[in-house]
Design a protein around this ligand. Structure first.
Ligand code: UDP
Length: 424
């Protein structure tokens, strides 16, 4: 029997519910990461409990994903959707309900892996209260984000202070790319322990269908030139840059050009407003007849979309990792991405795709056109992308690295640990 069989760990993701349908209600990379990591760790022998905040009375309190892996929804504030910038005041209640859950079930988690700064605060309280060891993944750094947006939210100073404290006090920070680690060091703190363990993807799910078969399935023609985006509707995702770039493409006017924009949104909410804004630009540029808004794409249908596309574009203003890029690469599809953050790590320019300066629609147009103009090169880039993902970014490989890290931290005796700086 595996020595880890009895070992429990808690993954905490206050605002990113791992059991929710991905692609809607602000669900994106963090939700995918927590669920995939949780399920893969359970397969390696850990007892994994993933804690998140309950946002609707219709949601089950406990969702069993597979043996030894479940999502547990705790109440914290009103049981309704609350934007993440307004959640901080609810966190003490989240901590209280976490402790109550432990008491009622006779469990104390020796190691807690927190996700995003809100959860890092929860983890730091649990460390103070019961000495749980903490591993933290940021998913987004306030210090980087606030450099790329015009209106800084009120919560900014709290977030920056929490992000600094967790870097300096957690047993280990997991950076998902060397670029993210560099930002932590240059913008947050020179103290603290950081390991680089990337995000992963399901290499059996993505890459399971050929371009030809995918096009038949989706009703696309073999001659179509398909440019695709998938992800959340958020101005920082840079969808506007993509639309304007395709508007300038040399293939504009070719009846086979198609722009597919996938992702869910809720009318009246921030993502619904961004979708409306993008639709407005598409209309204004006279691109409505060849632009398709698919709405949310399920993880089951996504492999077909990626495979059908000639190029997948990730035009984010910033991206700490960017799962979409590796999902496309796993599907043998080249990626044109912004030359920022984790995309500089996943996409190898001229080998698996191309990088362009963020928000530079002309550079994106040139990059997209280079790939559309040369189908043979397109296939070559796609194959190299697939190889890169197989060797570096499979969930199983990622989970194995995390598992080794947890084992190592759990074996550390208190006296072996670096002194922990606790702020009062
Ligand atoms: N996604 C999805 N369906 C959609 C839109 C997005 O399944 O309609 C998934 C996508 O496959 C990816 C994740 O949401 O796994 C987005 O992650 P990424 O890291 O690219 O961006 P984030 O949401 O973290 O900003």
């Amino acid at each position: 029997m595996n020595s880890r069989t009895e070992q429990r760990i808690a993954l905490i993701s206050v605002h990113g519910d791992p059991a929710i349908e991905i692609g809607k209600e602000e669900a994106g990379g963090q939700n995918v990461y927590v669920r995939q990591v949780g399920e893969a760790l359970a397969q390696l022998g850990w007892q994994v409990d993933m804690f998140t905040r309950k946002v609707s009375t219709e949601q089950d309190t406990i969702v069993q994903h597979r043996p030894n892996c479940r999502t547990i929804r705790l109440e914290a504030g009103a049981v309704e959707f609350v934007p993440r910038d307004n959640l901080f005041g609810n966190l003490p209640e989240f901590v209280g309900n976490f402790l109550k859950f432990q008491r009622e079930n006779g469990i104390t988690y020796p190691l807690i892996h927190t996700n995003y700064w809100l959860s890092s605060w929860v983890g730091m309280q649990l460390k103070k209260i019961q000495g749980s060891k903490q591993v933290h993944t940021y998913h987004s750094l306030g210090a980087v984000k606030y450099n790329t947006i015009k209106t800084i939210p009120l919560i900014a100073s709290t977030r920056l202070a929490v992000e600094k404290e967790v870097l300096e006090t957690a047993e280990r920070i997991v950076a998902t790319s060397p670029q993210e680690k560099e930002h932590m060091r240059s913008l947050v703190s020179t103290k603290g322990n950081i390991d680089i363990i990337p995000c992963g993807t399901d290499i059996e799910q993505f890459g399971c269908i050929s371009q030809q078969a995918a096009r038949v399935k989706l009703g696309l023609n073999p001659e179509d030139k398909v440019v695709m985006y998938v992800g959340r509707f958020d101005p920082r995702k840079g969808i506007e840059t993509l639309v304007r770039a395709v508007g300038k493409s040399q293939f504009r006017g070719d009846k086979h050009l198609k722009l597919i924009i996938g992702g869910g949104s809720r009318p009246g909410q921030s993502d619904g407003m961004e979708r409306e804004r993008i639709e407005g630009i598409v209309h204004e540029l006279g691109m409505s007849d060849f632009t398709i808004f698919t709405g949310r794409l399920s993880q089951e249908i996504l492999p077909s979309y990626y495979a059908a596309a000639d190029v997948c574009v990730v035009p984010s203003h910033y991206e700490p990792f960017g799962l979409v890029a590796i999902e496309a690469m796993a599907s043998n599809t080249p990626v044109v991405a912004s030359d920022v953050g984790g995309l500089q790590f996943t996409v190898v320019p001229e080998e698996t795709g191309l990088l362009a300066p963020p928000q530079d629609e002309d550079a994106f147009a040139v990059a997209i056109d280079r790939i559309l103009a040369n189908p043979q090169w397109r296939d070559q880039l796609g194959k190299a992308g697939r190889k890169r993902v197989e060797s570096k970014f499979s969930w199983n490989g990622v989970a194995t690295q995390l598992s080794e890290l947890y084992t190592q931290l759990l074996q550390l005796k208190v006296q072996d640990q670096e002194p922990v700086l606790l702020s009062s």
